[in-house]
Design a protein around this ligand. Structure first.
Ligand SMILES: [Zn+2]
Length: 283
């Protein structure tokens, strides 16, 4: 599932490709992803609108546009869910079966595809107002982070998934950050020492920044099997998995810890997998 770094890398790649493009056609194949925006309102706002920018907040994409009439700003919120993808394809290439929304940009289509139906593309931007601070910006303060942790009885791994604490961290980077900070994942958040809070705060920023850096320096997958010009975020068959190589504990149960050589362990927390090194991350 895409987390902050993956969404950031996608936004950076997509931004220059759509900037200045006008939406000439709006083809919604699964209106559910627009909710609570109605199909009529969605079409009305986007038809003839021009893309002016693309930013990221937490795990959300925020497409900025100028409306056709009056040029008033329109914001379109995109969320990739589990398997969502945004990509550009030449107009003569048939959109994939799970394309939920196809925006006609002239010579190309901007396609939003979601095979498992957990993503969104909507004019309702209320989800971002509930988000906590951006971890890579100065608004993410160590002292405030520590105070929030002090108020929680939850295991630190589960608390890190709380998007009101800090935005954009999911199952992968919570495990990675705790490993870097040498903190046991089951430790209650409020029991972290001042030193552990400082280490975790630094580790969060480091793992996310490194992941963005890694994703930005390798080409995203251009699926050659379909057609040139298809832009993908995600794994195309036969391409090396850059992301996985960089992860130190996530999805590496039974393999040696890169620091101590002991075996990485997998446990379940709140129904999801946590990966950690029992030796490096003991209290
Ligand atoms: Zn270890």
């Amino acid at each position: 599932m895409p987390e902050l770094p993956e969404v950031e890398v996608l936004a950076r790649h997509l931004r220059p490709l759509i900037r200045g493009k006008t939406i000439r056609g709006v083809n919604v194949r699964r209106a559910k992803v627009l909710a609570p925006t109605s199909l009529r309102k969605f079409r009305q706002a986007l038809l003839g609108a021009k893309f002016t920018g693309l930013t990221r907040r937490g795990k959300y994409l925020l497409f900025q546009l100028h409306a056709k009439t009056g040029g008033e700003p329109v914001t379109l919120l995109g969320h990739l869910g589990m398997t969502g993808r945004f990509f550009l394809a030449r107009k003569n290439v048939r959109p994939p079966r799970h394309a939920a929304v196809v925006l006609d940009l002239g010579g190309e289509n901007l396609i939003y595809e979601d095979t498992r139906y957990f993503g969104r593309l909507t004019l309702d931007t209320s989800a971002v107002t509930r988000l906590g601070p951006e971890p890579l910006e100065s608004v993410f303060e160590k002292s405030a982070f520590g105070r929030s942790l002090k108020q929680s009885r939850q295991a630190i791994k589960i608390k890190l998934l709380d998007q009101t604490l800090v935005a954009g961290i999911g199952n992968i980077y919570s495990s990675e950050a705790l490993f870097r900070a040498r903190i046991p994942p089951r430790l209650p958040a409020r029991r972290l020492t001042v030193l552990q809070v400082a280490r975790l705060w630094r580790a969060i920023r480091k793992v996310l920044a490194e992941a963005i850096e890694g994703g930005s320096t390798v080409p995203l997958n251009f699926d050659g099997s379909r057609s040139n010009g298809l832009f993908y975020f995600g794994q195309a068959a036969g391409t090396p998995d850059y992301y996985e190589e960089r992860l130190r504990v996530y999805d590496r149960a039974g393999r040696p810890c890169p620091d101590c050589g002991g075996l990485i362990k997998r446990i379940r927390q709140a129904g999801r997998s946590t990966f950690y090194c029992p030796c490096c991350q003991s209290a």
